[in-house]
Structure formats: C-alpha cells, structure tokens
Design a protein around this ligand. Structure first.
Ligand code: ADP
Length: 633
C-alpha cells in the first residue's frame, strides 16, 4: 500500500508545538476534573437510586410498624367504654360513698391487672378521681383533680379523649384513653385508662429499628432513641411552649426542638435528615444521616416516623464514586497509551514510507547518474581511442626521431669511430708485418706476443662495431636494463673521448635493474656523459659524478659535471629538438630530446638541475624492476 508521503510529513515546528503544549498542560487537569466529575456523578447516582430503593423498602417497614403501633393503641380503646356497663361505677358516681368507692376500686384493680394497662380510674364530672385501680399505692390518683387534662375535657363533652402526657402525680409518661360515662343520655362521669407504650420502644430497640411517634403537638412521645424523646419535630413558638407548659401535658420537661443539621424533603412524608453525631457515643464519627419516612397513625392525631440510616448507603455510594473515577482513570490511561502507541506506529510508518521514498529517489538518481556515467564513459572511451591514436602517431614519430637521432649520432660519431678503427688497423698492419718478419727470423716468442696483441686489437674493434650496431638498432619500450652494464657500455663507447683527458670519475650508484631497454639506457647515458665531457673540455680538472638513489619506486641517477654550465637563455630550450650550442657539425641538438622521450616512454623522466657551485646535473629517473640490493657498485 502506498500513501501520499506528504500526509505523514511532520508539521511545521510552530504548529507542532501547540497540540503538544495543549496535551501536556491541559490534558492532566482535564482528566483529573473528569475523574472528579464522573466520580461525583457515580456517587450521586448510586446514592439517589440507593435512597429510592431504601425508600421502597422503608415504606413496607413503615407500614408494618405503624400497624403494630396502631394495634397496640386500639387494643385499649374499648376499655373505658366498658365501665359504662358496670353498675357499681354508675352507683358510685350517683352516690359516692366510701363503700361504693371501695367496691369500684377493687373492680378497677382487677380489671387493670387483667388488661395489663397502667391504671384505670373514674372521675366525676368535676374532674376529681373518685375511684382508681392504684388505690393501694402511695401515689394513688384518688381524690386528685384532673379537670385540667384535655382528655377529661373532651370526654366530659362526649368526645373520645386521646392524650399522651406525663402523669402529674408521679411524672410517669402514658397514653390516656378517656370516655364519658353516660346514663340516661347524660354524662355522669369519665372513665380513663392509662397505657404504657414503652414496650413498643423496647421492641424497636431489640429489632434495631430507629423510629419515633410524634403527637399532635409535634412532640416525640415514643422513640427508640431515648435522647429524642420529648423533643419537638416542628418549630415551637414561645407561645405554644408556654401553653404546653401550663397544660402540664409533658409535666415540667423542657420542650426542645429536635434540630437536625440538615433537612431535605424528598417527597410527601419522606425527608433526608442529618443529625450531629451523638457526642457521648460517637464523638469521632461523622454526622448521622437518615431517611425519615412518616405516616399518620389512624384513630390518633399522631405520626409514626421510621428512620433508616444512610451511612452504609453513603459509604457504598462513595465506593461506587471512587470505582467510577478509578475506572475512568483506567480507561483514560488505556486510551492515552493506545493513542501514544498509534502515534508511534504512525511515525514508524511515516518514517518507513519516507525511507522508501528516499530509496526510490536514490534509485532514480542512481539510474540517471548511471546513464550519465555511461554516456561520459562512452565519451571517455572515444577520447581514449583518439588519445591512443595520437599516442601511436607520436610514438611512431618518436621512433622515427630516435632512429634519426641515432643515425645522426652515428654520423657524428663516424669520425671518432673511423679514428678509433684506423688506429688499431694501422697497428695491425705494422704488427702483422713485424710478425711475418719475426717468423722468418724464427723469433717465435716475439711473433706470438704480436699475435696476442693483434687478437686484442681485433676484439676491441669488434666491440666498437658491436656498440655501434646496438646503438643503431631500433629499441623496445619494454625490457629491463642493468644500470651498471649500461654505464660500462656508455663509457666504453665514449672511451676515445675520455682517453687523454684527466677526467676524474666518481661512481656512487648501485647496479639496479630498471624498466628500460638496455640499448636505450646506454643511448641515454652516452648522450648525458658525452654532453658532460663536451662541457668540461675547457676544465683543467674535469670531474664527473655518477650518483644514484632509490626514490619511491624509481631509481634516480644524477650525472653531474663541473663544466661550464648552461646559461639562462639556453636553459629554456634545452629539451627542444635541434637546439645546440655546439659549433659546426659537432652538435645536432637531438641528444637531450631523444633521451628525455626514451625515459618518458618507459614511465621515467629526465630533468636538469643547475648547482650553485657550478656545472650541470642531469637527473635520470627510471622505474625499478624490483627492490635493489643494498650493495653499491
Ligand atoms: P648536442 O649535444 O648535439 O648539442 P644535445 O641535445 O645533446 O645536442 O644538447 C643540447 C645542448 O645542451 C648542447 O648544445 C649544450 O649547449 C647543452 N648541454 C647539454 N649537456 C650539457 C652539459 N652537461 N653542460 C653544459 N651544456 C650542456
């Protein structure tokens, strides 16, 4: 698959920095904020639905326990009206004698015992207690005026008297049920049953139920938690408080309000209440929160309230919130990790594609260059061909030149050769004539000595002609020459010119093998040494130095003389063909040109130096065949 490489190319630096900055500076706070937000949402939802489910469950509990309270109360409602049927009671009320009172007292005592109520007593229409079940007790109600009690006031008017209050005699709380006793359509007295409802509180406590019952004044009359008893669930005005205090309904107990820290109405009869922690028991604990569900109790002006603690629910909701926050953090972390990995992969992909693109470009360039190179190679080959042809032409011209030079040298040397050959020839003639005569005289020993000399002379002549032949022969660029032999041969060739001069020859070179045809080397040396001899003709003490040294892969031979040297003008034309300063037919001006071209043809070089001390030094560099032996000649 090929992608457009520009799509993955890195953005401009200024643009690339911004998203990174946003990521680094805004992402962590954003994630933390989202964590907190989602955590809170989780907490809220969990609590909300938890409260709803608790509310549904609580509604059933509320119904159950409210019914229990109702049945507990209603069980006694018939009791006071029963006394209407009792003759002794009506007798007492119409004729309150001690005897009648005693009879009713005993009757009430027995009835109270059987009904398990707290007390049963009968009042006349003035509100005075005329008979009571607790007539034996020291705090008996007998004779007490209870006309101020609301239950009496209601009952005496023919209304049912329902009243919760604290006994004015012994300060004991109780539920009073009063009934107006009628006779012939007229109320003659009031019968009252006092019931204790504490058993219910104990039952709630045993069942670990938190509940309370509040009366028509909003005062809690029954509570599973004793500390809430006689507290008001609604705000009481000072006026109401005073009125209630005067009624002695709650004896002398101060009526404080049950003050929750917070109250939140959720629906009709359902509230969320927060109470401060019980300072004695739960000093270290946080505030206690309840779901309060209230329902009126039938046949009474009372309300039953069930308190369901929300602590566990809240703890659970907090856990849920934390769980949601942690889950979100985990998901965010995984998303970030996934995103980072995706980016790494994208970067790698982009890098790979960029590499492939670069590779393709490189290949394209290589192809272009290769074709360029091929073209230039072709051009070069053409040039090489042309160069070779030129070289060939040049070489042929050189060969011709060499040959011409040799011929010229032969011509030049012919005089000396003739002189050289004439001398031994003359000597041979004389010697042969003498030898004949000595033979005739019988002087054989002298004749044999002459013959030996003749042989030597013939050898010498042979050598001269051999040198000449080899000099004239067309040489070869390739081959190998011994420097020592070449020097010897050159000196021999020039022997006639050296003879008779006080030439001092200094040899300081090694017999190395150089890459040049032997004859050509000899030819070069004859030229150089010959020129030196010419230059030293006017020198009283001519000296010639032949000094050699290895330089890199070549051997350098310096041919130095102490002759007249070369003037500045002549130096410029030294290697030009036919340049000569020699008079008449002595010089052809080809020697140096030929020597230089012969040296160059084998990869060597011929140069000239002009020592300050005088004279001239020609430097001949020729490639070595192999590393020479350390021994000098
Ligand atoms: P030719 O010897 O025929 O003149 P060459 O080419 O050998 O031709 O030499 C050219 C000239 O270089 C000579 O005429 C001479 O003036 C000068 N020359 C060559 N060798 C020497 C030398 N060793 N000392 C002084 N002059 C020299």
């Amino acid at each position: 698959m090929k992608c457009d490489p520009t799509l993955n190319r890195a953005a401009q630096p200024s643009l690339a920095v911004k998203p990174r900055l946003i990521r680094h500076f805004f992402l962590p706070p954003l994630i933390i904020a989202l964590m907190i937000g989602l955590g809170y949402a989780g907490f809220w939802l969990s609590e909300h639905y938890g409260i709803r489910s608790l509310g549904e469950n609580g509604q059933r509990q509320l119904e159950l326990h409210a019914r229990a309270v109702e049945s507990e109360i209603s069980k006694y409602t018939y009791l006071p009206s029963l006394l209407e049927l009792e003759r002794s009671v009506s007798t007492l009320l119409s004729d309150p004698t001690a005897e009648h009172r005693q009879a009713v007292n005993e009757y009430l005592e027995g009835l109270n015992r059987r009904s398990r109520s707290r007390a049963i007593y009968v009042m006349d229409t003035t509100g005075r207690v005329v008979a009571t079940s607790n007539w034996r007790d020291f705090d008996s109600y007998l004779g007490e005026d209870l006309s101020f009690r609301a239950y009496f006031q209601n009952a005496v008017r023919g209304q049912p008297g329902r009243f919760y209050g604290i006994g004015s005699t012994n300060g004991e709380p109780g539920y009073y049920l009063a009934h107006g006793l009628e006779e012939h359509g007229k109320i003659i007295g009031v019968a009252v049953v006092k019931v204790r409802l504490e058993a219910m509180e104990e039952r709630w406590q045993r069942a670990r139920l938190e509940a309370f019952v509040s009366d028509e004044n909003g005062i809690i009359i029954l509570s599973s938690d004793p500390s809430r008893r006689l507290k008001s669930v609604i705000p009481l005005s000072d006026e109401t408080k005073e009125k209630l205090a005067r009624s002695l309904q709650y004896y002398w107990f101060p009526l404080n309000e049950l003050q929750p820290l917070a109250r939140e109405t959720l629906s009709e009869g359902v509230e969320k209440l927060t109470f401060p922690a019980n300072s004695e028991l739960d000093s270290d604990e946080e505030n206690i929160r309840y779901l309060a569900q209230t329902r009126p109790l039938s046949d009474t002006p009372w309300n039953f309230t069930l308190l369901t603690p929300l602590q566990d629910l809240r703890r659970e909701a907090i856990n849920q919130g934390i769980l949601v926050a942690v889950a979100f953090a985990l998901v965010a972390f995984l998303l970030i990790a996934w995103n980072e990995r995706r980016k790494v992969i994208a970067t790698r992909l982009a890098a790979r594609e960029a590499l492939e693109e670069a590779n393709n470009q490189l290949e394209r360039r290589i192809t272009e260059r290769t074709s360029d190179l091929r073209a230039s190679n072709e051009r070069l080959k053409g040039q090489i061909r042309e160069r070779r042809q030129a070289e060939e032409t040049l070489r042929r011209a050189q060969d011709e030149l060499v040959q011409a030079g040799k011929l010229a040298a032969i011509g030049q040397m012919s005089t000396s050769i003739a002189h050289e050959l004439n001398q031994p020839l003359a000597a041979l003639r004389t010697l042969s004539g003498n030898t004949v005569r000595f033979l005739e005289r019988g002087q054989l020993d002298v004749a044999s000595t002459n013959l030996k000399t003749i042989n030597e002379l013939i050898d010498r002549m042979g050598r001269i002609t051999a040198s000449l032949r080899s000099f004239a022969r067309r040489g070869d660029d390739k081959g190998q020459a011994s420097l020592g032999k070449a020097v010897e041969a050159a000196l021999q060739l020039l022997g006639s010119r050296i003879e008779g001069t006080p030439l001092q020859l200094h040899r300081d070179f090694r017999d190395v093998q150089v890459q040049i045809d032997q004859t050509r080397l000899e030819q070069i040396l004859v030229n150089l040494i010959g020129n030196a001899i010419d230059a030293m003709q006017a020198q009283a003490q001519p000296e010639l130095w032949l000094e050699g040294e290895v330089f890199e892969d070549k051997y350098r031979l310096r041919v130095r003389d102490n002759g007249h040297g070369i003037d500045a003008e002549a130096r410029k034309h030294l290697f030009e063909p036919f340049f000569t300063t020699k008079p008449g037919e002595q010089g052809l001006g080809l020697g140096l040109t030929l020597s230089a071209s012969l040296a160059a043809a084998t990869g060597g070089h011929l140069g000239v130096e002009h020592p300050v001390s005088g004279g001239t030094t020609f430097v001949l560099s020729l490639p070595l065949v192999s590393t020479p032996s350390a021994e000098p000649i």
